[in-house]
Ligand binder design. Structure first.
Ligand code: ADP
Ligand code: NI
Length: 216
């Protein structure tokens, strides 16, 4: 157990160093929150904690959206990192890397991949951090970083985008609520995720109502 703890700590240190200064909402504190939430859900669901913790820590180590849509870039970086620990079984490494490669939202028109319980848990924790007050803050940080407008009434939100349309979409940040964030509530996997998502969803709806009232 001591050895696993050390692997988790070293991995956390590596991710912290790599993502500390990210200003797109995928910074170390995002990963930290996902890690803690995922750990909590994993205990409730009696899931494999080591798989959940490593996948949560490594899930944003490299972003396919910043790498020409290469959806395996994150799992390749994660694989390389995990191979430095001779005590980790190959099957555990593969499990973690599969999660890293498959939890990301890739457009409302893409069907959801099949995930293990551990993957579903990390996905819920990641998606909860995209919702609510923190989710709102992260979304505008991401939009600013990508040079997007806050809102432009002449640009309509796009429904059912496939992966290519989703990654190339340069619409205003408010549209992202309709293209992804408001859909997450119904995509939750676990009971904890469903429960937490309700409140965070309501908060985003209240924010949007207020936003449009002020706009008018
Ligand atoms: P996932 O974890 O499913 O891969 P992303 O990395 O795509 O999710 O998104 C994480 C967060 O980054 C989103 O919840 C949102 O806050 C922000 N984000 C992603 N894409 C956009 C976008 N097109 N416009 C505004 N914010 C975005
Ligand atoms: Ni994330």
């Amino acid at each position: 157990m001591k050895m696993m703890e050390q692997i988790i700590n070293e991995t956390a240190g590596y991710v912290r160093d790599t993502l500390y200064n990210d200003s797109s909402g995928h910074d170390w504190w995002h990963v930290y929150r996902v890690w803690k939430t995922a750990t909590k859900i994993a205990c409730e669901e009696k899931a494999n904690l080591i798989v959940v913790e490593l996948a949560a820590l490594l899930h944003d180590i490299a972003d396919w959206k910043d790498n020409n849509g290469d959806t395996s870039v994150g799992s390749r970086v994660a694989y390389k990192w995990l191979c430095r620990f001779p005590d980790l079984d190959q099957s555990l490494i593969d499990e973690v890397c599969f999660i890293v490669e498959n939890i990301s939202f890739k457009g409302a028109g893409e069907k959801q991949g099949c995930l293990t319980l551990e993957g579903q848990i990390v996905q819920d924790a990641d998606r909860l951090d995209a919702m609510g007050a923190i989710g709102i803050a992260r979304t505008f940080a991401y939009g600013g970083k990508k040079g997007r407008l806050i809102y432009d009434p002449s640009v309509k939100s796009l429904g059912n985008m496939d992966q290519a349309a989703y990654v190339n979409n340069a619409g205003p940040t408010i549209n992202h609520f309709y293209e992804k964030l408001l859909l997450l509530k119904d995509l939750m996997n676990t009971n904890y995720g469903k429960k937490m998502a309700k409140h965070r969803h309501a908060l985003m709806e209240a924010f949007l109502t207020e936003f449009f009232e002020e706009w008018e």
